[in-house]
Design a protein around this ligand. Sequence first.
Ligand code: 6R9
Length: 647
Amino acid sequence: MSAKVYPMSDAVKAHARLNPESYQEKYQASIADPEAFWREEGKRISWFSPYSKVKQTSFAPGNIDIQWYSDGTLNACYNCVDRHLPERADKTAIIWEGDEVDVQKHISFRELHESVARFANGLKKLGVKKGDRVAIYMPMVPEAAYAMLACARLGAVHSVIFAGFSPNAIADRVNDCGAKVVITANEGRRGGKVVPLKPNVDKALSNNACESIEHVVVLKHTDTDYPLEANRDIWWHDLIGDCDSDCPPEVMAAEDPLFILYTSGSTGKPKGVVHTTGGYMVYASMTHEYSFDLQENDVYWCAADVGWITGHSYIVYGPLANGTTTLMFEGVPTYPDVSRIGKVVDKHQVTILYTAPTAVRALMAKGNAAAKGSARDSLRLLGSVGEPINPEAWEWYYETIGNSACPVIDTWWQTETGGILIAPFPGATDMKPGSAMLPFFGIKPKLVDNDGKVLEGATDGNLIIEDSWPSQARTLWGDHERFEQTYFSTYKNVYFTGDGARRDEDGHFWITGRVDDVLNVSGHRLGTAEIESALVAHKAVAEAAVVGYPHDLKGQGIYVYVTVVDGVDASDDLLTELVKWVRSELSPIATPDFIQWAPGLPKTRSGKIMRRILRKIACNEHSQLGDTSTLADPSVVDSLIENRLNR
Ligand code: 6R9
């Protein structure tokens, strides 16, 4: 399939900070002399004492050592809050949109400072100090951001645990990092449902399962009362009752950890990805500014959850470091109905909307209902993150949500990268639906074959990054060896992303998905994402997931799970049609061997399809599914097993 090219609109080009030449110039400069480039860019952050060192990084086997700005001192909270007080005290820092339609709050930078500093003083009373770990298990409310920033203010290392995780997952994470305090809420709200958070924390801590925990701080977000355990639990409002807002930010070294964020790997045990302070702040702030072509009066909405890296870098740290008005949304795009996103955009006059392909497809499945009741003409720019966006969804997002007037910035990055590494640049690049396009400044992506040989020109390959960048993860908490093993041992002296990618004739990158999701069918390499993309392009298909299974003749066969659009009959005729469709859309090599109708797909709570489970079912190994506790809805698995086709 040859790619359709969408030019950046003249409106974007007219004010964008980059054009094709200036992008090239700046990129070349960043590669030619990273030391000089990042020495200059580091100044976007306020330092208590300046750095003289800039880049001290080694990817050498046995000596993975990543340090940036190591002799500078700063405080991340100061950068997100205090430094804006002279110019932006009355500017809205956070717009909070509640789960219910008519619930919202506006918090100015002055109010943000007050709330964060008071809460930091509260944590201090509980004995939290520099270097301590604090777990945050909160709904999407402003207090979640206050909690993160308060930790940063004290130099405590936060570890946000997504509010959809189960008690076991909480306990694992708390124990791995030895957290002293858990900050939670009695309940959260999501899509009209109440989510019990405090009871989950109680379960996680029961039977002394988390010995490091000394205190639990509970925000009263709904009216429900839960019993507090004496000497352990305290209400948020009681904790801050007698605290004032005088709380000097702790002086932190650039390489002091800012947070730990757990992410899943190929093995069962979650990895505690560690990000430090200086380089992370420089890179989060810079990418947020350039990738979204930030303007002072933007109302910026990243619809992710603070439980994920996207929420860390692009709801809290990046935007607030840049003095941006950032919108936090408690709910889901489909509640009360699919018109919600558009209505929130209109209500708050959102100019930048950053969300995930899975959300786009959920809206797209309902036809044009998502666009009803809103004009969305305040929007200037759209962003996408989290998985490859299939061209069909891209085009729908562009045309229907963005009124064909806003560029779609498809940002490729990872928990481990801390910030965006590959994306189109407003003003500087055109857009190709499905392509993340070009590297950010200072990023050297390369494609290698399975032996690590660097491949040139238009080709497929494994995506590696040749050199360090400031917001790169420094280690895995307590397990530097696993850090090296996971990211620096498949290919020596480079960072291995775990993703596959294609570079086209124009040098643009197309992420094909995790390398373990790439199939080899009769010696032909096929991205599961490519096949899924072809399927989703069919009007009857709402969502599709493709996995491989061992096939006697072809090496791997193609097993497809399809969710049809509401109201469509999952008939035998449609099945035949879809097989034909994939053959013609993609290639006869990609002919599905099995297509199973899936009323629902097993997804993590962040919306990622858990292919591991689908693979097991496709391989007829459903008795060994492993851990399914992190699924949003574990019940979909049973029905998939019951109706499996490869028996
Ligand atoms: C930010 C985030 C990382 C993995 C990554 C890749 C996939 C993320 C993508 C994308 C294609 C994009 N991914 N963004 N694939 N295009 N724009 O999602 O971090 O949760 O750690 O996931 O997600 O496979 O390796 P994380």
